[in-house]
Ligand binder design. Structure first.
Ligand SMILES: Cc1cc2nc3c(=O)[nH]c(=O)nc-3n(C[C@H](O)[C@H](O)[C@H](O)COP(=O)(O)OP(=O)(O)OC[C@H]3O[C@@H](n4cnc5c(N)ncnc54)[C@H](O)[C@@H]3O)c2cc1C
Length: 448
């Protein structure tokens, strides 16, 4: 275990921080007010080398890991969570291509994405479905060598400016997840119609639109995953991108905490700085605790992905823990700012609006709970024995018990209904507590 960032990660962090503070922070308020995406910032991020980080070296990319991505995204999101969404949205769009088995498509497109500041979107969601990815209705019909797409995608980040989009569509909605395929669509193709920018509560500098496909032909060479393999590809993508939503949360919460620290030292009430109240100190401590813990979890998920482990569960844990904790941190910051936090003059209200979506996109908090609870209930391997097998020995001579272990000849029975223990060669005819018959007792010692 090593919690230190490497020298190259520290340099990358410094570069991203510099970009965030100099390029993003000064204009974030303007683009929020104007509900407009600063496309030039996505292109600048590409130029300085802080986007598309994980494109492998063999395609000309930097070949960096998810950990590096997490470090960079925290800095960008700290300046503007919306720009975090839009700059990182490119990686989301590229992941299906990078993880595809279609080597020819990788060879064709990844070098272009390295050299040119192209924008790539990702599309699973539709007007009638978001969480239930297996319920995709956008149709992909095979026609000769091509597929023909018909249907509408909704909520697609950067779609208004995208050059390409990883589109998930189904050959037959009845087949559910088994019918889903994935296509790398050139957004200049005939039959691609982009909707108006959707007005939102927050994340206003991040473009979000619908994409309608009307008899849009996609050549077979742009199939990233054939039918049946699209759904697992989408899930694998989320396994790599959900940790990064954790980084959005860390960045946003960290900024809110830093602004709050500054504010409470200067603002006075009842003749003293707010920071002198113990309530303020405790709140700051809790904010700090949450920022640290959410970052640790985010790094762990990224580390798992970088070390060839399946990050799915930690990614989901990160997604719902970090995004919910961040909301609490920013809400607390607003409380400390009180009336001033509620105005547009200070940045807290924007951070609050921007981060509200983090518990929604890339799988809601509820979806993450489904993933984690399914794992915990069905796959997680417990260390402790089942309750009905739990031995609990006793002895008259405590010295003997603690020094030499317990009498191995002792026989212990446990009632499987109420958990009561019985010591003796045979269980009682009836449990003296819950009154279940003898059959309720199970021998828990000696072990069979
Ligand atoms: C700003 C923004 C950007 C986005 N960018 C993209 C993008 O780039 N690409 C893309 O494909 N999508 C994108 N999305 C869509 C996003 O991923 C979906 O909004 C999200 O997955 C939830 O889907 P939904 O809104 O249809 O909610 P629904 O699926 O309709 O869910 C509604 C509510 O029901 C709950 N729910 C649903 N199923 C269950 C269940 N089984 N058990 C318990 N509760 C359940 C949900 O948690 C939620 O609270 C974006 C959304 C926003 C707001």
């Amino acid at each position: 275990m090593d919690f230190k960032l490497t020298d190259s990660q520290l340099k990358l962090q410094a570069k991203a921080r510099d970009f965030a503070l100099k390029e993003i922070l000064p204009v974030t308020h303007y683009f929020d007010e104007h509900d407009q995406m600063p496309v030039f910032l996505i292109k600048k991020a590409h130029a300085v080398g802080i986007s598309n980080l994980s494109i492998p070296k063999k395609y000309g990319g930097q070949g960096l890991g998810l950990m590096d991505e997490a470090i960079v995204v925290e800095e960008i999101a700290a300046a503007d969570p919306a720009m975090g969404t839009s700059i990182f949205g490119n990686t989301l769009g590229e992941e299906p291509l990078m993880m595809s088995e279609n080597e020819a498509a990788k060879q064709k497109y990844l070098p272009i994405l390295v050299k040119q500041p192209k924008i790539v979107s990702f599309a699973t969601s539709e007007p009638m479905m978001g969480s239930d990815v297996a319920g995709i209705r956008c149709l992909a019909k095979k026609d000769g060598n091509d597929y023909v797409l018909n249907g509408t995608k909704y909520w697609i980040t950067n779609a208004g400016y995208a050059d390409y989009c990883s589109v998930f569509a189904t050959v037959d909605p009845e087949l559910k997840h088994k019918g889903i395929a994935c296509f790398f669509v050139d957004m200049k193709s005939k039959g691609v119609i982009v909707g108006e920018h959707i007005p939102k509560l927050g994340q206003r500098p991040s473009n979000t639109t619908a994409i309608k496909f009307k008899d849009c032909r996609v050549p077979a060479e742009n199939v990233l995953a054939p039918e049946g393999k699209g759904f697992p590809l989408a899930m694998k993508t989320f396994g790599r991108t959900r940790p990064i939503i954790g980084s959005f949360a860390v960045g946003a919460a960290r900024s809110a905490m830093e602004f709050a620290i500054d504010y409470v030292k200067k603002r006075r009430a009842f003749g003293q700085p707010l920071s002198d109240f113990q309530n303020t100190q405790f709140r700051i401590a809790e904010m700090y605790q949450k920022v640290e813990t959410m970052r640790l979890l985010t790094y762990k998920a990224a580390w798992e992905a970088d070390n060839g482990m399946d990050p799915t569960i930690t990614a989901s844990l990160t997604k719902f823990y970090a995004t919910e904790a961040a909301f609490e941190v920013v809400n607390q910051a607003l409380q400390l700012f009180a009336g001033y936090g509620y105005t547009k003059f200070y940045p807290i209200e924007k951070i609050l609006r921007d981060l509200r979506v983090l518990t929604i996109y890339e799988g809601t908090s509820e979806v993450q709970r489904i993933v984690v609870s399914r794992y915990a209930l069905n796959e997680y391997k417990p260390v402790m024995p089942a309750l009905e097998d739990l031995p609990s020995l006793t002895g008259d001579d405590l010295e003997k018990v603690t020094m030499n272990g317990l009498d191995p000849k002792q026989t212990v029975w446990r009632c499987r209904i109420c958990g009561a223990l019985f010591y003796g060669p045979e269980p009682p005819e009836e449990c003296p507590y819950c009154r279940f018959p003898k059959s309720a007792f199970k021998k828990v010692w000696p072990k069979a």
